[in-house]
Design a protein around this ligand. Structure first.
Ligand code: BES
Ligand code: MN
Ligand code: ZN
Length: 495
């Protein structure tokens, strides 16, 4: 998609679709009342019909309007002025993007310069326009023999709000577009089936990314190399699978090489059967999404490089397939992690923490400023929060606060759970330093407690995205979360 800024009279814009906002209860926006005048009351006709009243996210199409160059006008409802905060505006922009994408328009112009968002500045809307549009134009058809028709839209322009600098607007459009595209990349990786998106496939994806971006270097560790490093925990997860595990390292350099990096670690279980502690068959297909943490890391790294952020960032993906097999790890088996700590594997379905702990130990060598792991780790996170929250736990209050704030800013929300010491004893083992499960209660917290044993020296946060990363049901599919939140975090950090 091409993005631009157009000035001049909106009725003269030669776009296939001209998007014009209307406030709730049919109160015409500045742009709408201007069009009403030049079009001989074309909008009034629609409004008087009662079919459209400007409710938030409501849309209505008008064709061949006299006095207007655009082929279509799309009226969009903004709802109540006082209630148009960022969250409402994003909903409105999503509905707008979907409505535009449904038409055959190849070009669209958003005439929304007068729209004020209660809790954001003027450039925010432009960035979000681009992000929502990219997001809404995503279609999955990779593994369908009948390709779906993609939205025809190729270019989008906006009217600059009064006082906004052109360069600033161009920058935020680019930013919103990059984030939207990264969200789509994460969705795409998540949606691919487990027989396509294997650890090797993910490693390949990382290599492609590095080939396309000079600022990214990549290193792929084989099982042999991991064995030499003593990653007995990560390797125990892959033991029952014919697919080779990979530790994928993406190294983005946007600052001086001496500048300590921000490190992201993603859970990349390309399919989670549960292993010998086999899962129930119902909805097991959804365990192809168990690499959505990894997908968010790969997509975020690509976005960071595209936006040339002036910091250093390292993305690590712990990729493996969790299968039962004659060589699979059995309940009661004890493995030694790279940290030297021994782990009693009481449930092979608690595999995410087993791959993450070795990746977290490996990350220490980069002397991270902060380290954030992203993982579809526990069903308990889904039970507690549904799809709304990225569930966050941290050993550093400041980092936790920053992440919650970044969640609010990006509308990709996080909510913190406690990491109190009192929970740690649930992981006691009679036979090893630590057990990999903490019983049926407080599952999201005990999973994080397990990880905390491997990040004692780091400023670390854990994002359990089991609920937020994909949707179940008829609209089943990956959501691309928490790319928005991770980008918000990295865009506001310094070298
Ligand atoms: N990938 C799952 C977590 C999951 C389950 C995400 C359901 C989304 C929906 C993870 O590997 C897992 O199986 N976790 C277990 C841990 C338990 C055995 C301690 C869980 O949550 O049931
Ligand atoms: Mn599992
Ligand atoms: Zn899993």
């Amino acid at each position: 998609m091409r993005y631009s800024i157009k000035s001049g009279a909106i009725e003269k814009v030669a776009a296939d679709c001209l998007v014009v906002p209307v406030w709730g209860k049919s109160a015409l926006s500045t742009e709408a009342s201007h069009l009403e005048k030049v079009s001989d009351k074309a909008l009034g006709v629609v409004i008087k019909s009662g079919d459209f009243s400007g409710k938030l996210g409501e849309t209505s199409l008008l064709y061949k309007t006299s006095g207007v160059s655009a082929r279509r006008i799309l009226l969009v409802g903004l709802g109540e002025r006082k209630k148009l905060n960022a969250r409402a505006a994003a909903k409105m922009l999503e509905a707008t993007a979907k409505a535009v994408a449904k038409t055959q328009s190849e070009s669209a112009h958003y005439a929304m310069a007068s729209v004020e968002i209660t809790d954001r500045d003027t450039t925010w809307l432009a960035a979000r326009v681009a992000q929502e549009l990219e997001d809404a134009c995503y279609r999955y058809d990779t593994t369908k023999s009948q390709k779906v028709t993609k939205p025809a839209l190729k270019s989008l322009s906006i009217t600059a709000p009064a006082g906004a600098r052109r360069k600033g607007l161009e920058d935020v459009l680019k930013q919103g577009q990059a984030i939207g595209k990264a969200i789509n990349r994460a969705k795409q990786l998540g949606n691919l089936p487990g027989n396509v998106c294997t650890p090797t496939f993910l490693a390949n994806e990382a290599q492609v990314l590095a080939a396309k971006n000079k600022s990214i270097a990549t290193q792929i560790l084989s099982e042999k190399q991991m064995a030499r490093l003593g990653m007995g925990s990560l390797l125990s997860v892959a033991a029952g699978s014919a697919e080779e595990a990979k530790l994928i390292v993406l190294n983005y350099q946007g600052a001086n090489s001496s500048s300590r990096p921000y490190v992201l670690v993603g859970k990349g279980i390309t399919f989670d059967t549960g292993g010998i502690s086999l899962k129930q068959p119902a909805a097991m297909d959804e365990m192809k999404f168990d690499m959505c943490g990894a997908a968010s890391v790969v997509a975020t790294m690509g976005c960071v490089a595209e936006l040339k952020l002036p910091i250093n960032v390292i993305g690590i993906v712990a990729a493996a397939e969790n299968m039962p097999g004659s060589k699979a790890t059995k309940p009661g088996d004890i493995v030694t992690s790279m940290s030297g700590k021994t782990i009693e594997i009481l449930n092979t379905d608690a595999e995410g923490r087993l791959v993450l702990c070795d990746a977290l130990t490996y990350a220490e060598r980069f002397k991270p400023r902060t380290i954030i792991d992203i993982a579809t780790l526990t069903g308990a996170a889904v039970a507690a929060f549904g799809s709304q929250a990225n569930v966050m736990l941290s050993n550093d209050d400041k980092l936790a606060q920053t992440l919650v704030q970044c969640g609010e800013e990006s509308l990709d929300r996080a909510w913190q759970l406690p990491l109190w010491d009192e929970y740690q004893s649930l992981l006691n083992s009679n036979f090893a330093d630590i057990a990999n499960i903490g019983g049926p209660r407080a599952g999201t917290i005990t999973a994080a407690c397990f990880l905390s044993r491997f990040t004692e020296k780091q400023k670390w946060a854990h994002l359990d995205i089991a609920g937020s990363a994909w949707q179940s049901g008829a609209q089943k599919g990956a959501t691309g979360r928490p790319v928005g939140m991770l980008m918000q975090y990295l865009m506001t950090q310094k070298a």
